[in-house]
Design a protein around this ligand. Sequence first.
Ligand code: ADP
Length: 541
Amino acid sequence: MTISRACKKELSLLHETDKVRSFLVAFAGLFLLASPEQPSGVLVAWLALALAASLSVASRWLINWERLEERGATGLGACCVLLGDLAWLMLLIAGTGGFTSPFTILMLIVILFAGVFFNSMPLALPFTTATVIAWFTACAAANGLNEKTGWILVGEVVSAVAVGWLGQALAGVLDRERQTNEQVVGQLTEGVLLLDAAGSVVLANERMGEILNLPSGELIGRLAQDTSDHPHLSKLLADVHTSLDSTGPLVRLVELDGEQPRDLRVSTVACPRGAQVPLGWVVVAEDITELRAASRMREEGLAVVSHELRSPLSTLRAVTQVLGTLGEDMNQDQRTQALDALNRETRRLSRLVSTLLDCSHLERGVYTLEFAYLDPEALVRRVAEVLQLRAEGRDLEINCMIMSDLPVVWGDPLRLEMVLCNLGENALKYTPDGGSVTLMAVGHADTVCLSVSDTGPGIPAEERQAVFDKFCRGARHHHGDGGPEGLGLGLFMARRLVELHGGEIRLTSEIGLGSIFEVILPAAATGFGEEPLDSDQRLVA
Ligand code: ADP
């Protein structure tokens, strides 16, 4: 059973009252012991102090607040404690000479200042001062002023005002410090939570609110042990109690699922006060989603590249072994076959390496484009011829549909041909025999749309966005399942290249019917990339 948030608030108030009471008992005890003239009701006063002390012991150690909470009786318990406080105060006042005795007046000042001090309520300070002055005035009015009491009262009023304003100034300093701390914590790029000794959140910056998808204000007052209604917060605070046994911060990777999954590095540190009693906790959450995605992509890239390199390398090794062992004994046919294989695999290797190099150049922004005015019709016809050759021996229909009067495009003919060839080769690669691949060129007012459509298997909706990412291959084309080879870089590079021409690639696909990749390029007349004055070369950054 854990104590609820509302009950926790009541208990922390009682805790503060405990502190004030202990302070008063010590003060009044010392006063009674040191006073040369013992008041007539001194026994009653001591009785009052004994009652106060036992009330502190009861509220701290004897009353089982958890059980009261279970029975819904915490409010009643708190009321009893406060009534007890009223009772011992009345007894004390009666035992020390009534409401207007100097002791009671001093007690009043002590009560108010102790309360203000422990509760750190800056607004209560001027209020305290005003109350004390009003009390003195009332006492003086009741007893009549003589010279002696007059000076004592003036001295007390002056010190009350001085202490009041000193307290006010101190509270102002503390408040400014708190605000500065809050601003500093608010600027951090990490999410930060501060918890007090009871495990209740006392500070949460906005970043933490974003990470947990909760306004940071709603986090205040939440208890580390009562987060069952918010699974993300409970994951984040899971280390709060175990961190007590740890000498340094406890660091853990936390994965938050949901609409916007996040990977976090959470470090929890208990600020020690005693062996098992912390001053509080600091929980810092760093969002490492992008870092982890990048590292996953690197690992995936390495796996894809090594897989793609393995196959030509093993063919090359096998062929060189055959050449080494058979050598002179090979007939002409065998020699031609071996040389063909060597030729094919080295070409494949060099294609792989140049794709990787191109990709790295594109990513680093060191890629030379040679811009020129180009005729989209000629471009599409060249690509159709290449595809026709590639599809030789397969039962695939290659169609080419070109609208007349296409606007001219200002771009790099070789790179744009590479983009269309890549889309076309994908269409050939993924479309089974009996299907068709169609190249189209359509002109609009200020754009030209070059498209490649196929009657292949289509791309599932959940993959349509990701296929343009680096090293991304469709779920059905992962390595190791004997599917078509590929690095998963073709569409990534195609999109990047088209973007460098001021255009975009769109994908429409339907499972079982096929896919359409459209390359939309601005027509030269729209002014994208004015022709350079001194050179037709351009280094893209
Ligand atoms: P690769 O073809 O080398 O795997 P790409 O970047 O060219 O890399 O394509 C990424 C993924 O997109 C492919 O693995 C495949 O799953 C999917 N894809 C691309 N084009 C087509 C297409 N025409 N039909 C079906 N799937 C396709």
